[in-house]
Design a protein. Structure first.
Length: 323
């Protein structure tokens, strides 16, 4: 096993086996909780940093800490007696490093572990996630699948360009003051809409929206922002990139109109393992508008404030443009 002096670990299973009183067992448990809490906090910070850097297109300041992976959710949530039994079985108690973890055929990675693996591989070996066994393990839960598609989407999208054009020169709450910079963003985005990267981004956007459409909030930290970017990709590739701005489409009178039209639109895109449906949504004003309306309904009024409030405003303006 690898070792890292910066993040030392005690031989907890060995200590547990030597505990001769409840007090000594309690002290060992307390020490383990403190150590595991610090490990999980640092890995959570790393995961969030990767997600924010990708989804907001900014520099990533925190690199992967070469440390042991967190324990299983079952062990983390165990009471003292169950924790003792787990620790006495070395195979299930001793944590592994990420490089070792990737070699394990673990079909049931919990959302936290899956998020760490996805964050690391998205910046180091993105192709490794296409392995059927690894892909199945990191997308075992809805949370893991949404996280995977979010980072894949961000890797294919000029995030700040699409925010600038959709937000009419506003990017993350700040206005672009240079007309030349805005025109450059517009030209770059228009070029992007005709590329394979745009087609792949639309595929991941459709997967994100389909996952969200069939489920309630899954607890991803930047979930609403991910849905917003997915909706903007639908708009950019399906309407804006086709030159559409003000078609008369009639009204979406009821929520079920939005849901039905969005579902029909998203079903045009293929499932994992098939070819990407290039251009499937191009020119579909009704379906794209339904995606925007559904996303607005999903993220609106949830008290998030800040950028999500700005996102609601942008979605409302986009809907007015194509009403």
């Amino acid at each position: 096993m690898q070792s890292n002096p910066l993040y030392p670990t005690i031989d907890t299973p060995a200590i547990v086996s030597c505990c001769d009183s409840r007090q000594s067992l309690y002290q060992a448990h307390t020490t383990w909780i403190e150590q595991e809490s610090r490990r999980r906090l640092l890995l959570a910070c790393y995961t969030l940093e990767v997600q924010q850097a990708a989804l907001f297109e900014r520099r990533q300041d925190l690199t992967y800490p070469n440390m042991l992976m967190p324990c299983s959710t079952q062990l983390w949530e165990a009471n003292l007696a169950d924790w003792q039994q787990h620790m006495l079985h070395l195979e299930s108690a001793v944590p592994t490093y990420l490089s070792d973890s990737l070699l394990l055929h673990d079909d049931h990675r919990d959302p936290f572990t899956a998020a760490i693996v996805i964050a690391f591989l998205s910046g180091h070996d993105n192709s490794a996630m296409k392995s059927p066994i690894l892909f199945a393990s990191i997308t075992f839960t809805i949370h893991g699948e949404l996280t995977y598609h979010a980072l894949q989407l961000a890797s294919q999208v000029p995030v700040r360009n699409i925010l600038a054009i959709a937000g009419e020169s506003f990017v993350l709450g700040q206005k672009i003051h240079s007309i030349q910079q805005f025109d450059q963003a517009k030209t770059s985005l228009l070029t992007w809409t005709g590329t394979e990267a745009a087609a792949e981004a639309m595929y991941h956007a459709a997967k994100i929206l389909r996952l969200a459409f069939g489920n309630g909030p899954v607890g991803m930290l930047i979930e609403d922002w991910t849905l917003y970017l997915a909706a903007l990709v639908c708009w950019a590739t399906g309407i804006w990139g086709q030159g559409g701005t003000s078609e008369s489409l009639g009204y979406l009178r009821e929520d079920h109109d939005v849901d039905a039209q969005m579902q029909n639109f998203l079903m045009r895109f293929t499932d994992v393992g098939d070819d990407i449906a290039v251009g499937s949504g191009n020119g579909d004003f009704i379906g794209t508008r339904a995606c925007l309306a559904w996303t607005l309904k999903r993220i609106a009024g949830r008290g998030k404030g800040g950028l999500i409030t700005d996102a609601e405003y942008v979605l409302k303006k986009l809907l007015k443009r194509i009403a």
